[in-house]
Write a protein that binds this ligand. Structure first.
Ligand SMILES: NC(=O)C1=CN([C@@H]2O[C@H](COP(=O)(O)OP(=O)(O)OC[C@H]3O[C@@H](n4cnc5c(N)ncnc54)[C@H](OP(=O)(O)O)[C@@H]3O)[C@@H](O)[C@H]2O)C=CC1
Ligand SMILES: CCCCCC(=O)/C=C/[C@H]1[C@H](O)CC(=O)[C@@H]1CCCCCCC(=O)O
Length: 335
């Protein structure tokens, strides 16, 4: 039996390329005491990989999370057939001691057994019932602290996190306005996800769109893209508005510093609160977040969309699609 893994061949320069990765194949060794053999079922590609790949040495396995099946176990906490979510990288199989698995940042991150998802696909353990879902749920509720009747803007609105943020906003009684990069995504947001309004940021002025769609002003902003769009949104915010600074994908592939209109005068005069965060901030209530999102699904309150890419060898294609906007919802590779 062999495993395949993608190694990082060269540092990214601009948009990631296929030639930045190399697919290598090697035998799968037998597990030692306290080790398990894991077979990847679904693998996640996420925008943060573009940013933090700079921590990976050339020749190192590309990092990331996956849903994997335990195929052999010599560890008392795992049995054959268990499904786990873990930082196992871009690898088709892994032989690891779960107690020693580390995230790309170097902290020990023991793979967790996927909770009972009541028949929902295990792939969602990488999306709505995993990191992106918790990013949306906790980021919106804890940091934007929305009140019914308020107006929420979300950018990257048709993506893994953004599509959930907007829907949670509707569940919480907010007026929701989304920005995404194609007319099809805009239509999906309005027709299927019931956003109050959505706009294609590539063809409209964000400022004019908000003046028209939110004349009352914006109270909450869930920022997935950063840059000029975010300056424009903040300029339309109300006094004491709250911004959850989640990501800045508009600049991840930039080769020179990205400039945007300064926002300090707006932050000061409107007395805005901007909070940057990473989802692990809520690691102590991680499974509560998953249960909350699962309840929303079971109550038919959430439309969950995945862009499933078939075949482990397509990992680079799936990853690149995040930056070309080819995905809608959560991108997952089915091994
Ligand atoms: N802080 C945290 O803990 C977390 C932060 N994030 C961040 O949230 C954001 C969304 O992540 P996620 O939902 O997983 O990814 P998505 O599923 O949203 O995929 C990325 C999307 O970003 C959009 N995009 C790409 N390039 C640009 C650009 N130059 N300007 C504007 N939009 C662009 C594309 O959609 P379109 O067609 O609309 O352009 C694309 O589909 C990212 O910034 C990510 O880094 C994600 C998870 C956790
Ligand atoms: C400018 C970079 C913005 C990246 C935003 C983003 O997508 C964050 C995603 C985090 C997600 O919650 C799960 C993670 O592991 C992602 C990265 C967390 C980075 C922490 C910093 C760790 C380090 O530098 O060692």
């Amino acid at each position: 039996m062999t495993l395949r893994r993608f190694v990082f061949k060269s540092q990214f320069d601009g948009l990631p390329k296929h030639s930045d990765f190399e697919l290598v194949e090697e035998p799968i060794r037998e597990p030692a005491p306290n080790e398990v053999v894991l077979e990847a079922l679904y693998l996640s590609v996420d925008p943060y990989m573009r940013v933090f790949a700079r921590n990976v040495p050339t020749g190192g396995t590309m990092f990331g999370t996956q849903v994997a099946k335990v195929t052999k176990s010599k560890h008392p906490g795992y049995k054959e057939g268990d499904l786990v979510v873990g930082h196992l990288g871009w690898a088709s199989h892994s032989v690891v001691n779960p107690d020693q698995v580390k995230s790309f940042g170097g902290e020990v991150a023991k793979p967790y057994i996927l909770p009972d998802l009541g028949g929902v696909s295990p792939s969602t353990g990488l999306g709505v019932l995993g990191m992106p879902g918790n990013t949306a749920w906790f980021g919106l509720t804890k940091l934007c602290q929305p009140k019914p009747g308020e107006t929420l803007v979300v950018t990257g609105a048709a993506g893994a996190v953004g599509s959930l943020v907007g829907q949670i906003g509707k569940i919480l009684g907010l007026k929701v306005i989304g920005f995404a990069g194609t007319d099809e995504k805009v239509q999906w947001l309005e027709d299927d996800l019931k956003f109050d309004r959505a706009f294609n940021y590539k063809t409209v002025s964000v400022t004019e769109a908000l003046k028209e769609a939110a004349p009352e002003g914006v109270d909450c902003y869930f920022d997935n893209v950063g840059g000029e769009m975010s300056s424009d949104v903040m300029n339309q915010m109300n006094t004491y508005g709250r911004v959850a600074v989640c990501g800045s994908i508009s600049a991840y592939n930039a080769t020179t510093p990205v400039l945007a209109p300064i926002v300090q005068p707006t932050i000061i005069t409107k007395q805005l609160t901007l909070t940057g965060f990473v989802s692990s901030r809520w690691k102590d209530c991680w499974f509560e977040g998953i249960q909350q999102m699962l309840h929303f699904i079971q109550e038919d309150k959430l439309v969950v969309r995945e862009s499933i890419v078939e075949g482990f060898e397509k990992m680079p294609d799936a990853f690149i699609s995040l930056f070309t906007g080819d995905n809608t919802g959560k991108v997952v590779v089915k091994a």
